[in-house]
Structures are given as structure tokens and as C-alpha cells.
Design a binder for this molecule. Structure first.
Ligand SMILES: NC(=O)c1ccc[n+]([C@@H]2O[C@H](COP(=O)([O-])OP(=O)(O)OC[C@H]3O[C@@H](n4cnc5c(N)ncnc54)[C@H](OP(=O)(O)O)[C@@H]3O)[C@@H](O)[C@H]2O)c1
Length: 189
């Protein structure tokens, strides 16, 4: 799959690198492409991309999406950003208004990048809880999650974005008490 990764720091760099290893064609979009070998301008990275990972600071994501709305609309857009300074961790309402035709997902935001980089703990595969529309684009997102070694657990549609962010709140709280190498597993009969 052709994927644009916007921001190549801890999260973008980690997930993008794992997607490259899994065989995806990854274009990193940076404001200064000289910072990473092979990176492109934001606009160039989006050209031809089927899916886009938003991995910039949470306070910047709305500005980015506003600037690039035309390039993003219609694509699979995965929001991994968290805004710890705001009332809500996510900018879902603004994003979904700016790109109404995008297939918008909330994923990769509820675990530390260092967990995602090595998503097996005590021999158990880590689960990633995510939300977004059901249908064919969901299968593509599940594949992208599986391709970094996580087990995708769909929590529901856009109305469940807050639930995914609840997982982030739990992870962040427990990471403060127990360290960052923690994660969650859904178990069932
Ligand atoms: N760190 C984690 O464990 C983790 C886990 C889940 C979700 N997240 C979320 O993922 C996002 C990225 O976190 P991170 O830890 O990867 O941060 P990071 O290491 O600081 O990387 C941020 C990336 O965004 C770019 N960037 C910064 N300001 C920008 C702007 N105004 N416009 C466009 N690009 C900009 C940076 O590029 P420059 O070099 O140009 O500054 C860099 O490539 C955040 O929203 C964070 O909450 C983080």
C-alpha cells in the first residue's frame, strides 16, 4: 500500500519504518524534508497515497489538515495524535469537518511508541484498540495495524473515539506508575 506518514519522530518514524519492512511504500512528509533521508514535502508525500498517518504534535494537527484538506479528503486518514494541553486528547470534530469524505480512524495513539516498536510482551502480542468506519477501509487499516505486529481490536465507529482515548488515559496513568513497557489484552471465551 502507498502510505504517507506525516511527521517522522517517535511515532511516525517507528510505525513508518515497520510498514517499510512489511513491504509498504512509505513517503514521509516533513516541513523540512532534509531532516530524513528520502523524506518529501508534505504535499509531495500525499500525492498518490492511499492512506495517511498523522503523527505530528496534537496541537498542530488541525492546522495541517486544514492546509492539506484537498489532498486528504477521500483517503484513509489515521489520526495518532494526542493533544495533552486541550480538554480532549483528540481533534476529531475539527478533523471530520475539514475532511468529510476522508475515511478517518483513531489508531496508534493509545500506546507508547516504544511499545509499538516491540509489540510482544512476555510472549504475548499486544492489542491495539482503534475506532473508525466499518467497511472495506477498515480491512485496510486492520492490515496496517497487523503489519506493525499489533492485534487490531475494533471498538466501533466515530462514536467510539472517546473510548479509544480512554485506553490512552489508562495506559498513560499506569505507565506513570509501572513504566512504559505495559499494554492491554482483550481476552474472551
Ligand atoms: N511518543 C509516543 O509514545 C506517542 C504515542 C502515541 C501517540 N503519540 C502522538 O504522536 C504525535 C507525535 O509524537 P512523537 O512522539 O512522534 O513526536 P516527535 O518525536 O516530537 O515528532 C513529531 C514530528 O512532527 C513534526 N512536526 C512538529 N511540529 C510540526 C508542525 N507544526 N507541522 C508539521 N510537522 C510538525 C516533527 O518534525 P520537525 O522535525 O520538523 O519538528 C516530527 O517529525 C503526537 O501527537 C503524540 O501525542 C505519541
Amino acid at each position: 500500500m502507498r502510505v504517507a506518514v506525516i511527521g517522522a519522530g517517535n511515532i511516525g518514524g517507528t510505525i513508518g519504518g515497520m510498514w517499510e519492512k512489511a513491504g509498504h511504500e512509505v513517503a514521509y512528509g516533513l516541513r523540512d524534508p532534509s531532516k530524513k533521508k528520502g523524506a518529501k514535502s508534505m504535499a509531495d508525500s500525499l500525492s498518490g497515497a492511499e492512506a495517511v498517518l498523522l503523527a505530528v504534535p496534537g496541537g498542530e494537527v488541525v492546522n495541517f489538515v486544514r492546509d492539506r484538506a484537498k489532498d486528504l479528503d477521500g483517503k484513509i486518514v489515521i489520526d495518532a495524535t494526542n493533544d495533552f494541553q486541550a480538554t480532549s486528547f483528540n481533534s476529531w470534530d475539527e478533523l471530520s469537518t475539514l475532511v468529510p469524505k476522508a475515511h478517518l480512524y483513531r489508531a496508534f495513539n493509545s500506546l507508547g511508541w516504544d511499545v509499538i516498536a516491540n509489540p510482544v510482551m512476555g510472549g504475548t502480542q499486544v492489542d491495539l484498540f482503534y475506532a473508525g468506519p466499518d467497511g472495506t477501509t477498515k480491512s485496510a487499516v486492520e492490515q496496517l495495524i497487523s503489519d506493525v505486529g499489533l492485534r487490531p481490536i475494533w471498538v466501533g465507529g466515530a462514536d467510539q473515539v472517546g473510548t479509544v482515548d480512554g485506553v490512552l488515559r489508562l495506559w498513560y496513568t499506569l505507565a506513570g506508575l509501572r513504566g512504559r513497557r505495559i499494554a492491554f489484552k482483550l481476552i474472551s471465551d
